[in-house]
Write a protein that binds this ligand. Structure first.
Ligand SMILES: [Zn+2]
Length: 424
């Protein structure tokens, strides 16, 4: 079907009711009545309806009665249709009322919905607020936890502080105790210093006396004892010397202590020197006699005046001969006029010589101590009979051995006396 087929009938109907003008002549002139399409359609409808009503009335009047039932049925049918329409209308009215009611309900529901939506906004806000509240509660819980931990940390800190304070108190107590101990120690030190002072006051004179006595006893050797002490101190062979206490404050007590120390050091050096000196006898005196002393004498062989550089001990051949001091053998064997002889080098430039021996029991280089047997008494060399010729030389110069023997006797007596005093 094309558009033209659809439009053609419409165009034909329009041609039926095309607008027309009808001229109406009356006593007042001619007027034009304009008939629009709408007026024509309405007039046609009215005419058709009048024709239909006249035709229906004519047929109803003229028609036989047997057709009355058909009409009644038609009417009844129409009434039924009307009633059906009316019921439908009623239904529609009821529907409309129902729809209106529903609309009202819907509107109310919408309003309610709007209010509800407003409430929902609030609810959303409330939800958001609840979320915030929850977050805040979590945050608050965290804050509580942090606060609890902080409190715990603070408690621990408090405990530590208390402990530290306790320790501090303990330290103060310790400091106090230490102070008391220091005071006690000071008192003890003061007491010790007092005792030391008293001891120094007692020891110093005693030491000085002992030093003086030893120096006097060693005086027969005619040795320079200061040089001897210096030599012993330099060699370090003078025994246990007390160190010089330079670090002590120059108080009176310390000065006295230094004096005592110096005196003790000199005493020790002198004792060590005495031990190193040839102060002993080369033979035991039992059955021994001193036949010839040191110095000028008449020579026993040629009867002329001569210098005797030693002393002669007369005794039996084979009598043991001892070293009179520690030293080193520097000569051992035949020595011309000395016969079989031994020479020993000691400290302080001292030497001893033992001559006319029947037998020599040491050799050069031997280290000997005081009392060691170095040989036996004899009569070898330029000798008139069995005897020991004994010399003590200082820097190769002959010294009187009797002076050393006398010094040795003095020192021995002093030692025995000190031992006796110590034993009391
Ligand atoms: Zn002699």
């Amino acid at each position: 079907m094309t558009n033209d087929a659809r439009l053609r009938p419409l165009a034909s109907r329009r041609s039926w009711f095309a607008p027309r003008e009808i001229a109406i002549r009356d006593p007042w002139g001619v007027r034009w009545l304009r008939l629009s399409r709408r007026m024509q359609v309405s007039a046609a409808a009215l005419g058709l309806a009048a024709f239909a009503w006249v035709g229906h009335a004519t047929i109803a009047t003229l028609a036989p009665p047997d057709r009355t039932g058909e009409q009644a049925e038609a009417l009844s049918r129409l009434r039924a249709e009307l009633e059906g329409h009316e019921r439908a209308a009623d239904g529609l009215r009821q529907e409309v009322a129902r729809l209106r009611s529903e609309k009202a309900v819907a509107e109310a529901a919408r309003s309610a919905a709007e209010r509800q939506s407003a409430t929902e906004v609030a609810a959303a806000a409330a939800t958001a607020a609840q979320g915030r509240v929850t977050d805040l509660e979590y945050a608050l819980a965290d804050a509580y936890l942090a606060q609890w931990r902080l409190a715990e940390s603070l408690a621990v800190a408090d405990d530590r502080i208390a402990s530290l304070e306790g320790k501090a108190v303990g330290l103060r107590d310790l400091a106090a105790v230490a102070g008391q101990q220091a005071t006690q120690l000071k008192d003890k030190v003061a007491t010790l210093e007092l005792l030391q002072g008293q001891l120094v006051e007692r020891l110093k004179p005693a030491t000085d006396v002992e030093v003086a006595l030893l120096e006097r006893n060693l005086a027969p050797t005619r040795l320079d004892l200061d040089s001897v002490v210096a030599a012993v101190t330099d060699e370090g062979s003078g025994g246990p010397l007390l160190p010089v206490m330079d670090d002590l404050a120059p108080t009176i007590e310390n000065a006295r202590l230094n004096d005592l120390t110096n005196s003790t050091a000199r005493l020790d050096a002198l004792k060590a020197a005495a031990i190193s000196m040839p102060l002993a006898l080369p033979v035991r005196l039992d059955g021994i006699e001193v036949r010839s002393n040191f110095g000028n004498r008449r020579d026993p062989i040629n009867r002329r005046a001569a210098f005797h550089a030693g002393i002669d001990f007369g005794g039996a051949v084979g009598t043991p001969v001892f070293a009179t001091a520690p030293g080193e053998v520097v000569s051992a064997g035949w020595a011309g006029a000395y016969g079989r002889a031994v020479r020993i080098r000691h400290a302080f430039g001292l030497e001893t010589q033992y001559a006319h021996l029947s037998r020599v029991s040491v050799k050069v280089g031997d280290k000997v101590d005081a009392g060691d047997v170095i040989g036996k008494l004899g009569s070898t060399g330029r000798s008139t009979g069995p005897h020991l010729h004994y010399e003590v030389r200082l820097l190769d110069a002959p010294n009187d051995p009797m002076r050393f023997i006398e010094a040795g006797r003095n020192v021995q007596q002093q030692t025995e006396q000190a031992r006796d005093e110590a034993g009391k």
